[in-house]
Design a protein around this ligand. Structure first.
Ligand code: GMT
Length: 375
């Protein structure tokens, strides 16, 4: 198939899923065309089947707000026509699904019908989409898609709850490439971080409010009172400096390392004992899946799709968002007993295997074929 992929080309979850999916489809022999405003962050390899088409928005002085959606729609028309694409797969409803709809209408004037698959990732529905400003456009563009997928059952239910959706939504969860995300021998790094054999807790995110990063620090401040431990904070974003100040206020600065954005996250996860994800809202929790694939159990909130990934009492524990006390208590419970910790680590990996790329990829391929055949 010739597949067009539209996504945010950043380190955010939806961009990562879209890019990894495109790379995997190219490996399977499909021709994959990324249409974005920048080279996607993880599109870091050369393949004869991968193409990148930049969307550039002219910054004419009249425009207070450069019209990205229109530039994207025009670029999509151009790419679909000249590359003769079979299907367009847009990740994130705003503005990708609506730009795809506009491109589809324009292409019909050339006698071309391009089926559009929209994948909902979470913040497009749970945060941004519910905003009254966007609601009519989100509702319309989901209903106009030829196929719609959501990354968890919970996100599917929320989409039906908050929008007037007439289309069927197929759940295709996030996936993991176990050849990249697996336990790596990084003992020297572990020794450098935790020279006296301290336990290592880790958090990775974009440090936005929805991640409740302050709870990560508060949980750690409770854990370290009972278990000698270190905390690694990976990523960057608006809440980072507040977290650094909180570390000072709680007197844990010497045991917390802020590592910023990292490419080889799997190496950091490989030395870690416990992953913390206390998010306020989380449609799937790809970062937690990456941790589990590296044998790291998870203490998380029970928000959104997290209960579909983190199995309470098996791969970790779940508590209500904001229940710092409860999460710290469960973290200590896992970490205080070596045998118990080892069991949770095994369980985390075993469950992560259910989301292996090779299991999930055919679900997308079959869905593309289905929407192509319907048209
Ligand atoms: O988590 C983020 O802040 C990034 C966000 C995004 O919109 O790119 O990630 C969302 O999509 C990921 C991939 O499907 C999911 O694994 C994340 O759970 C989801 N984030 C939220 O729902 C907050």
């Amino acid at each position: 198939m010739k597949i067009g992929i539209v996504c945010y080309p950043t380190f955010g979850g939806s961009g990562v899923v879209a890019t990894e999916l495109g790379k995997a489809l190219a490996d399977r022999g499909h021709q994959v065309h990324f249409v974005t405003y920048n080279q996607p962050a993880r599109l870091d390899l050369f393949s004869e089947n991968l193409f990148y088409h930049e969307v550039s928005v002219s910054n004419y002085p009249l425009f207070d707000f450069p019209p990205y959606e229109l530039a994207l729609a025009s670029r999509l028309v151009d790419v679909v026509r000249h590359e003769q694409l079979d299907v367009l797969h847009v990740h994130y409803a705003i503005p990708h699904a609506s730009a795809a709809f506009m491109a589809k209408q324009i292409l019909m004037t050339y006698g071309i019908y391009i089926p559009v698959v929209t994948t909902l990732h979470g913040t497009d529905i749970t945060l941004v989409g519910k905003d009254r400003t966007f609601k009519p456009v989100v509702t319309f563009s989901i209903n106009q898609s030829d196929g719609v997928t959501a990354v968890s059952q919970n996100l599917k239910e929320d989409t039906y709850k908050f929008f007037d959706i007439k289309k069927d939504i197929l759940v295709i969860p996030n996936f993991i490439d176990l050849s990249r995300f697996s336990l790596k021998p990084k003992d020297h790094f572990k020794k450098a971080i935790a020279p006296s054999g301290e336990k290592i807790l880790v958090h990775t995110s974009n440090f936005r409010k929805v991640k409740r990063t302050e709870d990560v620090v508060k949980i750690f401040a409770k854990v370290i009172k009972k278990i000698p431990s270190k905390l690694l904070m990976v990523g960057d974003g608006p809440e980072r400096s507040m977290c650094e100040q909180l570390c000072r206020d709680l007197g844990v600065t010497d045991n917390v390392r802020f590592l910023g954005k990292q490419d080889a996250v799997e190496e950091i996860l490989s030395v870690s004992d416990l992953f913390l994800m206390p998010s306020q809202s989380e449609s799937f929790g790809l970062a937690a899946l990456e941790a589990m694939a590296c044998k790291v159990p998870v203490i998380s909130s029970n928000a959104g799709g997290l209960p579909e990934l983190n199995i309470d009492g098996v791969t970790g524990f779940l508590k209500e968002p904001g229940d710092v006390e409860g999460m710290a208590e469960k973290a200590i419970f896992i970490l205080e007993d070596e045998e118990r910790l080892a069991k949770f680590k095994e369980n985390a990996l075993a469950h992560a295997k259910e989301f292996e790329l090779s299991t999930i990829l055919p679900k997308y391929e079959n869905f593309y074929l289905e929407v192509i055949e319907q048209n």
